[in-house]
Design a protein around this ligand. Structure first.
Ligand code: BES
Ligand code: ZN
Ligand code: ZN
Length: 465
């Protein structure tokens, strides 16, 4: 889907076209009203109590503008960003401009690739005329649009059904996402992974007719520093394997590569913004299927690290592919490692659907990620990663088991499992379980399906690292 086209004018009289609806922010709480004034349309956006307007509420307000325009089939809007910049907000005008532009394009997005276009076209906003924006505000809006574009790329990748988005296509899409950008792509095939002794990812993939791929992207925006490594879970479809998921739980599992999509979109955005950072992104991409060739509960896999993993449940496959990917990143000698994964249903139980779960072995990294979450609206919230939990995942016939002894604290147990492979890296590591934010909830005011979680929080964090 196209991004919104912006035009800039100095005076209200210069707004062209009578089909343009003026956006008016009022403090009377007249929310979501569309009315006509003279021969022009006005879209009223009400603020209940302007003293309480926060960054969070402004995000919703911005999305509401687009939702309302779409509902009224308004194609073009005009607005003055300063009308949103109430002084109580504690944000600079450029911050407001960036937030608005970003959320306009996030709210305008819909996954239409597989639908027939109606005669009258898609119901989306085409253009916005901005009144009286400064050069700095225009730049900020461009940044906001670039971020939204990256998030929307991640959403499209995740929304694509599993029957289309195989590991092979995922690798091809990664190539498209970075085309024209100074990013190097390498794709390892199963034969390469065998040579590297990546028994964990190969174990997950062995039940599928689609071969696994290891997608590696490298961006060097700073001559000397060791890179920051991003690792994303890339399960293109998670049936659960022989530990088959029950009916309802199968439905959204084509989005189990959302973490992989997020790291691909993030490194592409970092390159587009020419961040002065060195970044690598690794996506172990595989399909978790059931067949005569599938790994069985009870099988013991030998991971690239040398540690053996006792597979007690084939549905805990994300941690298996990530185990090998976390070992693989060592060759880049990273100074920070962040993984993003739709790892556990338990994270949704723990936190609900409004924030991702954060686990890290470094307090400073935790602080930076939490701040980045708060600033971007792509929230992360910490859960413990204590050593004591390691007792729960001790293997009987392997070094480590892929599920814990009880069904409690599943998000933590998943993180503690990953930590066994991350702690040998000798650098700060964070794990973001985005399962809670895999799909949009009504309150998000975003299209149904993927929300592209992880992109915004990590791009903001990268700037601080
Ligand atoms: N991909 C799922 C986790 C998930 C569930 C993500 C729902 C998004 C929405 C993951 O591979 C999985 O199946 N995890 C199991 C782990 C269990 C077997 C220890 C889970 O959460 O049930
Ligand atoms: Zn699973
Ligand atoms: Zn999974």
């Amino acid at each position: 889907m196209q991004l919104i086209e912006y035009s800039f004018v100095v005076k209200e009289e210069d707004i062209e076209g009578k089909d343009v609806a003026m956006v008016n922010v009022n403090a009377q709480g007249e929310t979501g009203v569309m009315r006509t004034e003279g021969n022009g349309k006005v879209l009223e956006i009400g603020i209940d109590d302007s003293n309480n307007l926060t960054r969070r509420k402004l995000t919703h307000l911005a999305r509401q503008v687009i939702t309302l325009a779409k509902a009224n089939k308004v194609k073009r809007l005009a607005l003055s960003p300063s009308s949103f910049a109430l002084k109580q907000l504690g944000m600079t005008k450029t911050e407001v401009a960036e937030l608005l532009a970003k959320n306009f394009d996030l709210a305008n997005y819909e996954f239409t690739t597989l639908k027939t276009e109606p005669k009258e076209g898609w119901n989306s906003v085409v253009g916005i005329t901005v009144l009286g924006a400064t050069a700095a505000e225009k730049k900020a809006m461009e940044r906001g649009q670039a971020t939204a574009e990256a998030v929307n790329v991640a959403r499209t990748l995740a929304n694509t059904p599993g029957g289309i988005m195989t590991p092979l296509l995922f690798a091809e899409e990664a190539k498209k996402a970075v085309s024209g950008l100074p990013v190097k792509l390498t794709v390892l095939a199963e034969a390469d992974m065998k040579k590297l002794k990546m028994g964990a990812i190969l174990g997950v993939s062995q039940g599928s007719t689609e071969p696994a791929k290891l997608i590696v992207l490298e961006y060097y925006g700073d001559g000397k520093q060791r890179p920051i490594a991003l690792v994303g879970k890339g399960i293109t479809y998670d049936s659960g394997g022989l530990s088959l998921k029950p009916g309802d739980a199968l439905k959204d599992m084509h989005m189990d590569m959302s973490g992989g999509a997020a790291v691909i979109a993030t490194i592409a955005l970092a390159a587009k913004l020419r961040l002065k950072k060195n970044i690598v992104a690794i996506v172990p991409a595989a399909e978790n299927m059931l067949s005569g060739a599938s790994m069985r509960p009870g099988d013991v896999l030998r991971s690239m690290s040398g540690k053996t993993i006792e597979v007690l449940n084939t549905d805990a496959e994300g941690r298996l592919v990530l185990a090998d990917a976390l070992t693989y990143v060592e060759k880049f000698k990273p100074r920070v490692v962040i993984d993003i994964a739709t790892l556990t249903g338990a994270a949704i139980v723990a936190l609900g659907q409004r924030t991702s779960a954060l686990f890290t072995n470094d307090e400073k990294l935790e602080q930076k990620l939490r701040e980045a979450g708060e600033q971007s609206g792509d929230f992360v919230w910490p859960l413990p990663l204590w050593e004591e939990y390691e007792a729960d995942i001790k293997g009987i016939f392997g070094d480590v088991a892929n599920i814990a002894k009880t069904r409690y604290g599943g998000a933590i147990e998943g993180a503690v499992f990953l930590h066994q492979f991350a702690k040998v890296l000798d650098c700060p590591w964070a794990h973001i379980d985005i399962a809670p934010r895999m799909t949009a909830i009504e309150d998000d005011q975003l299209a149904q399906g993927s929300v592209g979680a992880g992109v915004q929080v990590v791009i903001e964090a990268l700037k601080k690292l």
